[in-house]
Design a protein around this ligand. Structure first.
Ligand code: NAP
Length: 529
């Protein structure tokens, strides 16, 4: 395939295949490493742009949802190929706009295309259809049973809010977009102001794939605008039927409230705030406390700590093992260089979050000082009672900052585990001698987190079939779902039952003879018949 995508950025939004110039406030990408704004200028869109994108998405929906799984799989693969064709330009622009290291952004391109291909695989495998057939029982007494069949259908046009901290994997062609498109839902993205150029490059790749695949132009649009105006207009547009979001608790809860207040409320899948507790059990601490302390700071400071899975909380019983952990962590954090944060705003929020921690906890060490747009790592410690009594100590500080909670004994560790809010992850470091303590902790952590991991670090989320990147509020707005991995598609589907529908009218996923050759639950048992 040749890359037809011009490498020149236009500074425009894309609405149903057409470049559109916004008429609102001017925005520019900002290079946090150089402290410089980037060309070209973009402009925010307005309610007329929301109207146009939503109308096109609604018009595209009947055609797009009627495509076969194979057609959508090929479409997702075409997007991945188009992204790969502009990889060098894309990586350079995303590095400039985010200040993230090239290796990290290169990895994110692979993750983004990998996600698109995972959903192509999901579509071809077919169990996403949720096909069930309960055959008629005409002779059942006292009443006969009708023929009832079930499959999933897409919800309709989906609004996706790009994240600042993953300019590719959680942005224009990220997991929300990939899973919604896989489900058969047209997508309208509100790009993040932190990376408009990256957004435009990816949006053009998707737009070309839409055209190449013969799909309606309204299958995809990219808008820019403020969350409070354009974002709310999008979420409250009656043609939008679901929302995917990654960002702050304030932003996520505002969108949930707006969606719930609509005449027709719709689901918002918001991934928001998590401090990702790490539990260090006694055996692990006594054998490798210092080693854990060093590795912990490696995870904490990666990507300037701007991961939703960043380990912002460490919980352990006080003692020599924990002292060794803290000493090694202190040494490592003191040597951690200041690194650029995604935007000046995020750098500012981080600095004030660290100030709040400093006012309520004891400082262990700060990293090397840097410029205003850089994040200076920070490590604090407190006791369990103070932690449980303070909202500030429990709040997410987005960046390379963490808090060690010293507990008197295992019972106090359990009280802290029960007292924390919902989380994306909970980590346990345990040795063989910690078996009983780990067994007691595990059921508590199941109630708090979407992913529980042992003897590792929470940063780095594998994109696979079994992954859960979700968790109870405030980690997400709907703990029954995941925004990463194959099950993310389920957020944009709903089941429909077909009772005594004439055989000739049945969709192929639930037709007699299994024309799609997929796994189906027939009279309660999985079968490929
Ligand atoms: P954000 O402020 O939540 O913004 C994300 C998106 O939501 C943007 O498009 C934003 O539009 C929109 N938005 C924000 N507030 C809104 C509101 N009240 N109503 C409607 N839309 C709204 O997140 P961010 O810009 O990525 O970073 C800011 C902070 O979010 C960070 O400092 C960090 O605390 C947190 N964050 C957390 C995670 C995580 O995974 N846990 C990830 C990223 C960020 P505007 O640009 O117009 O505001």
């Amino acid at each position: 395939m040749t890359a037809t995508l011009a490498h020149q950025l236009t500074g425009q939004m894309i609405i149903a295949g057409s470049p559109v110039s916004g008429t609102g406030a001017e925005i520019r990408g900002f290079d946090p490493a150089a402290g410089q704004p980037l060309e070209p200028a973009y402009r925010h869109g307005d309610s007329a742009d929301v109207e146009a994108a939503a109308a096109a998405a609604a018009a595209a929906f009947p055609v797009y949802r009627a495509t076969t799984s194979e057609q959508r799989a090929q479409f997702l693969e075409a997007i991945a190929a188009r992204i790969e064709a502009v990889k060098e330009t894309l990586i350079a622009r995303a590095v400039a706009e985010s200040g993230l290291p090239q290796a990290r952004i290169t990895g994110e391109v692979g993750r983004t295309t990998g996600q698109l291909r995972l959903f192509a695989e999901v579509l071809r495998e077919g169990s996403w259809n949720g096909a069930r057939i309960d055959n008629a029982l005409p002779d059942r007494a006292p009443l006969p049973r009708p023929d009832i069949r079930q499959r999933f259908i897409p919800l309709g046009p989906v609004a996706v809010f790009s994240a600042s901290n993953f300019p590719l994997a959680f942005s224009v062609a990220g997991g929300d977009t990939a899973s919604a498109l896989a489900a058969g839902c047209p997508v309208v993205v509100k790009g993040h102001d932190a990376h408009p150029g990256t957004s435009e490059i990816v949006a053009r790749a998707i737009t070309e794939a839409v055209a190449e695949s013969g799909l309606p132009a309204g299958t995809f649009s990219l808008l820019f605008g403020t969350g409070q105006k354009l974002g709310i207009a999008l979420v409250t547009d009656p043609r939008i039927k679901a929302v995917g979001f990654t960002g702050s608790r304030t932003g996520g809860t505002a969108l949930v409230a707006a969606a719930a207040a609509r005449p027709e409320p719709i689901p918002v899948y918001a991934e928001m705030s998590s401090i990702n507790p790490v539990f260090l059990l006694d055996g692990a601490l006594s054998t490798r406390g210092a080693e854990l302390g060093k590795a912990f700071i490696g995870s904490l400071t990666m990507g300037s700590g701007q991961f939703c899975t960043n380990p912002g909380l460490v919980i352990a019983v006080d003692g020599p093992g924990l002292d060794a952990f803290v000493a090694a962590a202190r040494e490592a954090v003191s040597a951690a260089p200041a690194t650029p944060m995604l935007t000046p705003n995020i750098a500012g929020s981080y600095a004030s979050g660290v100030e709040s921690l400093a006012a309520a906890a004891e400082l262990v060490a700060r990293g090397v000082e840097g410029s205003e747009t850089c994040g200076q790592a920070a490590l604090f410690t407190t006791d369990a009672k103070s932690f449980l009594a303070s909202e500030d100590l429990q709040a997410e500080v987005f960046g390379a900052s963490s808090l060690i909670v010293r507990c008197a004994d295992a019972a106090e560790v359990a009280v802290v585990a029960q007292g924390i809010e919902g989380q994306l992850t909970a980590t346990v470091h345990a040795d063989d001698s910690d078996g009983d303590a780990a067994r007691e902790l595990l059921p508590l952590l199941e109630l708090k987190a979407g992913r529980i991991l042992f003897n590792g670090w929470p940063t780095g989320v594998e994109v696979c079939h079994a992954m859960v990147h979700g968790g109870p509020f405030p980690a997400t707005s709907d703990s029954r779902t995941t925004s990463v991995g194959a099950r993310a598609i389920e957020r944009f589907l709903r089941p429909v039952a077909y009772q005594d529908v004439p055989k000739a009218l049945l969709p192929s996923a639930i037709a007699d003879g299994n024309p799609e050759q997929i796994w189906r639950r027939i009279d309660g048992r999985l079968s490929q018949d």
